[in-house]
Design a protein around this ligand. Structure first.
Ligand SMILES: [Zn+2]
Length: 430
């Protein structure tokens, strides 16, 4: 990771700034590929160590050629901005006044987002714009200091704390804008619509804009599911994905706790270079039942139960793939027999720094070996203990952050079997 050694500050390991409240107002061009407006963020400092600065993460500047960037922040208020750092993905703002424990402050800025070409989590595929990780978000300071990790194109670096969002999107009426949270549309100026999206207790906010075809249904537990498809996807494919979405949301909720957001948007395009991508209440997906069940399981593992996605990607990916296996009725019998380590340094619990240097092993180790390890944990401690462990662990970290050490302690507390050799054998450190 990037950051200042913990001895310098953040001796108090409390994660800060906390409880961010984001208020965003953006207006698009006619194609929905450029958005301009304003963002403000109110936050507090629960740490005994004063907060003298905050960092904005401009994650999507990875998709530009620094210093030419698709996300531009100007006219900062509430503090003094430094030059962009971490390949233009971080902006330090020195606060006007240091924030002592339990005090609240705000920063604000003008914002411009230009969506680049490409069927990507931040990209434009023909008439369709996918706008993930585009809103500047606060970096986290904890016992390790500031987390200023680089963007990872192989996975996620998006470590964030639970937040509230109020996002107003002014766009042509011809474009639908699926988004995190729940939305209310009102008429704008001629030919335009103003969509107000509200999302509470989420880690980030994503949206899309394009002439999607939308279908809506409701799960047996009352969750509204909207499926948005690009024109090249058939209505029957969309209907099949709707069925998967509803079934997966109900199944995951039954295992890990009720889905709290009321609504989920599934955005389908078969041109994505990946199978799917998770955002709170909003997923991008190709036509794949397994990919969709996976992205929806992320609503619990990464979304509701957060983690440092850069340093501990297994905490969301292995758990999510395990949940996907459970949904598919896959028991993982003997799957550990297929494990073949490439080196002594290769571990399920490695960080994205390792996987970005060994990208051809990321899926095999973190997804496949990781879910097999959890199947093995179930066989080791028993199905009932495993079921209770995951449900109770989710409840204990609901809207919080999970760490490997905390999961290992919770697992050990759930069984009389000494798990020390289990973690060693399965290469889960921490
Ligand atoms: Zn995943």
């Amino acid at each position: 990771m990037w950051g200042v050694p913990s001895a310098v500050f953040a001796a108090d390991g409390t994660r800060t700034p906390s409880a961010p409240s984001y208020t965003v107002t953006l207006t698009s061009n006619t194609s929905g590929s450029t958005w301009t407006g304003h963002e403000s963020i109110t936050f507090s400092n629960p740490s005994a160590d004063p907060l003298t600065e905050v960092y904005l993460r401009l994650w999507d500047n990875y998709h530009g050629t620094c210093p030419s960037t698709p996300v531009t922040v100007t006219n900062v208020t509430g503090g003094t901005p430094s030059p962009l750092s971490v390949s233009c993905t971080a902006l330090k703002i020195t606060l006007a006044t240091a924030l002592n424990q339990n005090q609240t402050a705000s920063v604000g800025f003008d914002l411009s987002i230009v969506v680049p070409a490409g069927a990507d989590r931040f990209g434009r595929d023909g008439s369709y714009n996918f706008i993930g990780n585009a809103l500047p978000v606060l970096a986290v300071r904890d016992a390790s200091g500031w987390h200023l990790d680089p963007y990872s194109n192989n996975g996620e670096s998006f470590y964030s704390l639970i937040s509230n969002y109020a996002v107003t999107l002014d766009h042509p009426t011809s474009l639908l804008v699926p988004a995190t949270g729940t939305s209310v549309d009102t008429p704008g100026t001629s030919g335009r619509t103003v969509t107000k999206a509200t999302a509470n207790n989420v880690r980030e906010f994503a949206w899309a804009a394009g002439p999607f075809v939308k279908t809506t249904s409701t799960t047996t537990t009352g969750v509204v599911v909207n499926v948005y498809r690009v024109s090249s996807i058939s209505s029957s494919s969309a209907a099949s994905m709707m069925t998967t979405a509803k079934n997966a949301l109900v199944a995951h909720a039954g295992r890990f706790g009720a889905y709290p957001y009321g609504e989920a948007d599934v955005v389908l395009d078969n041109n994505f270079w990946f199978g799917g991508m998770e955002y709170p209440g909003f997923v991008l997906d190709v036509i794949s039942s397994t990919a969709l069940a996976h992205e929806l399981a992320h609503q619990w593992w990464y979304g509701i139960v957060g983690d440092d996605e850069y340093n501990s990607p297994w905490l969301d990916e292995s758990f999510t793939d395990y949940a996907t296996d459970l949904y598919n009725g896959v028991s993982g019998t003997n799957c550990w027999n297929n494990v073949s380590w490439q080196s002594s340094a290769e571990k399920i619990s490695n960080s994205m720094a390792y996987w970005d240097a060994h990208s051809n092993r990321y899926g095999t180790v973190v997804y496949t070996y990781g879910k097999c390890a959890l199947h093995d944990l179930r066989r080791t401690i028993g199905t009932t203990a495993m079921t209770n462990l995951l449900r109770n662990y989710a409840a204990a970290h609901w809207y919080g952050v999970s760490t490997t050490a905390e999961f290992k302690a919770a697992a050990q507390a759930a069984t009389t079997v000494n798990l020390s050799s289990f973690w060693t054998t399965h290469r889960i450190d921490g």
